[in-house]
Design a protein around this ligand. Structure first.
Ligand code: 3PG
Length: 399
């Protein structure tokens, strides 16, 4: 990676210094405010520990949800602080309610053997508009800046992009480094065969990923409802399936351009509706009944995709194959996840994009069976689209 990371800092750049660390603690909370999935919190711990072990004082900041520049109690990071305390029992966590304040200044200056967690950065006007005045005010709270928020790296906000211009050194944390390494190496120097598995509801959300990855991969396996837009482009009946009519021409072009690389489902699991899942049955792709919809890839496709994945040396997967929350429409996604797990066992590099596919892998308990599961949904998608992530671009270059 051409960006500096915490590993590049000299001991004297860390000892006794206030490390202002942007993390992505945008985690789901239940109605009582309990953290429902702490993956993103645990993923940031190696950086926190790395800094503490080198004598730095750690000040964490993150956004949560989408409040509009002013405090809203349901988006407070306080419950996240409680979870963090459970995960780091030996280190007192000091939660600061007002990020842009004297209290924050004092707390971060006094912090010695504790970790400070600042309140939601999106409670501050200027965060999302990347106001340099806010970035300068935040810069007062630290002596160095660490961006470990891969999940937010596609946002040019004051605490992600702006701050990296105001406070130096500005370096990547260990999670950020790992995300960029796994995703980056898979894209730029894949061991072959290199297989991409793309799913999800809409082709419109994945079009740039398809365009960017098609020239790089040996096979691109397409599942999810977006396969139906391709079916329509091939002149097939799609029944009541989700089809993006305004993308049919685009799908036709991709089918032509993809040639043998682009593998579409041979069969589909269909039902009259999602509610009538008990009526689900498999049909060939050219036999989708007019009054039914595709909710998953069929068993023939599962077997084909499994063969392709298990023969691969590098696999990137983004997007579920069907409505995996509703059995039996979870079968395709489970088949793909298991195939990735067995490919990993045989030495392949397997990388799962964040968001729904990461949730599916977690639901199946297969996280540790993958080489890397990204913590970034939108960010990993933009990375796979070949876009520059502003939160990364702004960090200090390695000389
Ligand atoms: C995410 O969950 O994808 C990130 O935390 C970014 O959140 P945002 O889409 O609200 O910017």
């Amino acid at each position: 990676m051409n960006k500096k990371t915490v590993r590049d800092l000299r001991p004297d750049e860390l000892r006794g210094k206030r490390a202002l660390v942007r993390v992505d603690f945008n985690v789901p909370l239940d109605e009582k405010g309990n953290v429902m999935d702490d993956t993103r919190i645990t993923a940031a711990l190696p950086t926190v520990k790395f800094l503490l072990e080198r004598g730095a004082r750690v000040i964490l900041m993150s956004h949560l949800g989408r409040p509009k520049g002013k405090p809203e109690s349901k988006y407070s990071l306080e419950p996240v602080g409680r979870r963090l305390q459970q995960l780091m029992p030996g280190v007192p966590i000091c939660f600061v309610e007002s990020t842009d304040s004297d209290e924050a200044q004092k707390c971060t200056r006094d912090a010695k053997n504790q970790v400070v967690l600042l309140e939601n950065t999106r409670f501050l006007g200027g965060e999302e508009s990347n106001d340099p005045r806010l970035a300068r005010a935040l810069a007062e709270l630290g002596d160095l800046y660490v961006n470990d928020a891969f999940g937010s790296a596609h946002r040019a906000h004051a605490s992600t992009e702006g701050l990296a211009h105001q406070l130096h050194p500005a370096v990547a944390g260990l999670l950020m480094e790992a995300e960029l390494r796994y995703l980056g190496e898979a894209l730029s120097q894949p061991k072959r065969p290199f297989v991409a598995v793309l799913g999800g509801a809409k082709i419109s959300g994945k079009i740039d990923v398809i365009e960017n990855m098609l020239p790089k991969v040996d096979r691109m396996l397409i599942g999810g409802a977006m396969a139906c837009t391709f079916f329509k482009a091939m002149g097939l009946e799609t029944g009541k399936s989700l089809v993006e009519n305004d993308r049919v021409d685009m799908a036709r072009t991709l089918v032509k351009r993809g040639g043998e690389k682009l593998v579409l489902p041979d069969d589909a699991l269909v039902a009259p509706s999602l509610e009538s899942a008990s009526a689900a049955h498999a049909v060939k792709r050219d036999a989708i009944p007019k009054d039914q919809a595709m909710f998953d890839i069929g068993p023939v496709t599962c077997a084909r995709f499994q063969r392709e994945i298990e023969a691969a040396k590098t696999v990137i997967w983004n997007g579920p194959m069907g409505v995996f929350e509703t059995p039996p429409f979870d079968a395709g996604t489970a088949a793909v996840a298991k195939a990735l797990a067995s490919a990993t066992k045989r030495g392949a590099t397997t990388v799962v994009g964040g968001g729904d596919s990461a949730a599916a892998v977690a639901q199946l308990g297969l996280e540790s069976a993958m080489t890397h599961v990204s913590t970034g949904g939108g960010a990993s998608l933009e990375f796979l689209e070949g876009k520059t992530l502003p939160g990364v671009a702004a960090l200090d270059d390695r000389n």
